[in-house]
Write a protein that binds this ligand. Structure first.
Ligand SMILES: Nc1ncnc2c1ncn2[C@@H]1O[C@H](COP(=O)(O)OP(=O)(O)OP(=O)(O)O)[C@@H](O)[C@H]1O
Ligand SMILES: [Mg+2]
Length: 367
């Protein structure tokens, strides 16, 4: 394929797969790579049936399009993609031959879940942003009177020292300190992020070094599944580490409290193409995922886990995920979760904007 044509095909929102005469992959564009969760490199020379399976099995359709030199269209197909993902789509199989002997198939896949998913993601993100802004506003308003109460209690303690009443002023001071620290946690990290072009794997490795020993002691296996081709992206490493650490700690705590036989946490990275973050479609997005094989998120809190102070743990403050979400939105990214018993996956998506700090691009459409 001519390179400039290939560039256009690569960027299409429709997934395009090109198969040779033995139904092996010759090429797939970025959208097909995202939909089928596979990179171009690792798909090469793989057979189509190694990428997805359809119920009822449709492999014969592909073979007969080849043998009969015919085309085929399927509406509302449900594909089971390798790795457990399901993909609701329409697809079209087109036979082609480019010289007397060479032939193959072009498959066009139109993802139908995408538009629904984008709308859902946007709705839930807006809800969370409104609630978080309200709670943070309230927390901020509570902070000022608290410092007033503390100051007055300190003055009183000086006056009461002779009367033996300091015990009471101490209680006021300690309790206001407790409230202040709670409010500070709700407000999240008390500084603006400072973005630098960094490799996300450095941040992941720093997080892993913090939890490694603890995981080993608890017999939790840690699996790394990095995509080494991810370029440097503009991040605040310290804050990003904080946000990933919250996810890894949650995974660890979920596994500790369960009786899973082989507890495992998988930390992975991937590049996604043409992905929507909010209303903006980004050409390239970096995905960081933390997956555990624990019991899953209890259904009664599944919709509200990103709100502050939602927790099922005796000693949990319920702030970890809300802080993570705050940090990731400072990176103009999103954090989402899919959970079922045996597999809970948190995904952080951050745009890769090739060398220009995100804050300079705010408000622009990233074509
Ligand atoms: N990987 C997971 N598996 C199962 N449940 C989870 C997982 N991650 C989060 N949760 C649920 O979401 C709740 C909220 O998590 P969050 O990190 O915000 O607070 P927390 O862990 O309870 O407290 P904190 O992080 O402040 O110590 C948890 O209490 C837990 O019920
Ligand atoms: Mg937590």
């Amino acid at each position: 394929m001519d390179n400039s044509v290939r560039n256009y095909v690569t960027e299409l929102n429709t997934g395009i797969l090109v198969l040779d005469e033995s139904l092996k992959i010759m090429y797939l564009n970025s959208s097909a790579q995202s939909m089928l969760d596979i990179s171009l490199k690792s798909s090469r020379k793989k057979e189509l049936k190694e990428l997805f399976y359809e119920e009822p099995d449709s492999y014969e359709n592909f073979k007969s399009c080849l043998s009969e030199k015919s085309n085929f269209t399927k509406v509302d197909a449900l594909l089971f993609v390798k790795g457990g993902k399901r993909l609701l789509c329409d697809y079209h199989i087109q036979h082609f031959s480019y010289d007397p002997v060479e032939e193959g198939l072009i498959i066009e896949i139109i993802n139908k879940e995408y538009s629904h998913e984008i709308r859902e993601r946007l709705r839930s993100q807006t809800n969370q942003e409104v609630t978080s802004a309200f709670i943070k506003g309230l927390a901020h308003e509570i902070k000022n009177p608290l410092s007033g109460i503390r100051g007055a209690a300190q003055l009183l303690s000086q006056k009461f020292s002779d009367l033996g009443l300091n015990e009471y002023t101490e209680i006021i001071i300690n309790q206001t300190d407790r409230l202040t620290s709670l409010v500070d946690n709700i407000l999240g990290p008390n500084r603006k992020p400072s973005f630098e072009a960094r490799n996300v794997h450095e941040a992941l490795e720093n997080v892993i070094s913090l939890v490694h020993q603890d995981l080993r002691e608890k017999d939790i296996v840690l699996v790394k599944d990095y995509d080494p081709s991810i370029p440097d992206i503009f991040i605040d490493s310290y804050l990003l580490e904080q946000s990933i650490l919250n996810l890894v700690n949650n995974a660890k705590e979920a596994l500790e409290d369960s009786n899973i036989l082989s507890p495992k946490i998988e930390v992975g990275t991937r590049i996604l193409h043409q992905e929507f973050l909010g209303e903006i479609q980004h050409k390239t997005v970096c995905k960081i995922s933390v997956i555990d094989n624990g019991p899953g998120i209890p259904s009664e809190i599944r919709e509200s886990i990103f709100f502050p102070m939602i927790s099922t743990k005796v000693t949990g403050s319920g702030l970890g995920l809300s802080v993570t979400q705050g940090i990731i939105s400072q990176h103009h990214g999103t954090v989402s979760c899919k959970s079922e018993p045996g597999k809970t996956e948190f995904s952080i998506l951050i745009p890769v904007e090739n060398g220009v700090p995100e804050e300079k691009k705010l408000g622009k459409i990233h074509a």
